[in-house]
Design a binder for this molecule. Structure first.
Ligand code: FE2
Length: 331
């Protein structure tokens, strides 16, 4: 008993020196949130939100069109340039194409006058100069407020030597850069009617120390946050290929590197920083939701602390999420 009292007093003393918040738990304002889902409509209610905003969000369009400038790279783009050429619309069952659904989705965003259009990676099947210029011109003409983050295919030429990090940097700098509108391609934030949207690139399956520091800094602002990434985050029950942060994510469980002709996942698995990032998002009370793509299936996971994590169907099937964020409703 005496030992416990001594430890408690020592803890108080330490906290008075460091300003730690261990003994101030309970002083933080309680943030309430809830959400509802109907087909592709998501409504998130939050006590930290004072205005209503609308976000149209999609991933995995897999645009593939090219012109003669692509000839020197054909050995690297052959498989993916034929992967999703004709697709099936998830609602009608009819045939469609990635460029058609991209145009339709941008048009919906214009008609709805959304506050933000969010594109969460794999908008391209490979970094085709023609496809990127085409999408950029459509977005500029639409005059929409938008964010974009890369997916693992946006910068990947299959069989091209180099690490994921190096290839991502190379093809962002050479081709994808205009889509970021001057933001840092690896992490940035935009404010929309009092909600801060964090856009973080985890398309290599990893989070860097800089990205982790950025997230922690944003979490400390106390602002209502949304997190957007290409690869979703692992939750219990999900397979190793599902998302970022699975404890068995490593070379031994990488079933795709030969097909995608890329470096295998590291033998030692995720970095400690990536695992810490996942812990941080699960324990950030002012984070309202996480949105991702990558797996081409619609999923929803809710953490123990009521953090919803949404993944949409691929946009090449015509899917997008129509997200409304609004003040907490009276139950
Ligand atoms: Fe994809």
């Amino acid at each position: 008993m005496k030992k416990h009292v001594t430890l408690f007093v020592a803890g108080l003393f330490l906290c008075s020196l460091t300003g730690c918040s261990f003994f101030s738990v309970g002083k933080e304002p309680v943030l309430e949130k809830s959400f509802s889902v109907s087909d592709n409509q998501i409504t998130i209610y939050s006590s930290a939100v004072t205005d209503t905003l609308n976000i149209l969000l999609f991933s995995d369009t897999h645009l593939f069109a090219k012109d003669d400038r692509e000839k020197p790279y054909e050995q690297y783009s052959k498989r993916m340039s034929g992967a999703y050429n004709v697709t099936k619309h998830y609602k009608t069952g009819g045939e469609t194409t990635p460029s058609l659904v991209f145009l339709e989705t941008v048009q919906v965003a214009r008609e709805k006058k959304v506050d933000l259009l969010a594109m969460l990676g794999d908008i391209f099947s490979y970094p085709s100069e023609y496809a990127i210029e085409w999408a950029d011109s459509i977005l500029r003409d639409a005059r929409l407020n938008y964010v974009y983050v890369a997916g693992n295919h946006d910068w990947h030429y299959e069989g091209m030597p180099g690490s994921s990090e190096d290839l991502r940097k190379t093809w962002i700098d050479k081709r994808l850069l205009p889509l970021y509108q001057g933001h840092n391609p690896l992490y940035y934030a935009v404010d929309v009617k009092g909600v801060r949207v964090l856009v973080i690139d985890n398309s290599t399956y990893e989070i860097s120390a800089e990205q982790l520091a950025f997230f922690k800094e944003q979490a400390r602002t106390g602002l209502p946050l949304l997190l957007m990434t290409h690869i979703p985050f692992y939750m219990p029950g999900r397979g190793v290929g599902y998302g970022c942060g699975h404890p068995d994510w490593n070379k031994a469980h990488d079933g795709g590197y030969r097909i995608e002709r890329r470096e295998p996942w590291p033998e030692e698995g995720h970095t400690a920083t990536t695992m810490q990032f996942r812990d941080e998002i699960l324990n950030t009370p002012n984070l309202l939701a996480v949105f991702s793509g990558h797996i081409h299936h619609q999923t929803l996971d809710v953490s123990k602390r009521n953090l919803p994590m949404f993944v949409g169907k691929p946009n090449f099937s015509g899917h997008y999420y129509d997200v409304t964020i609004m003040p907490m409703s009276v139950e």
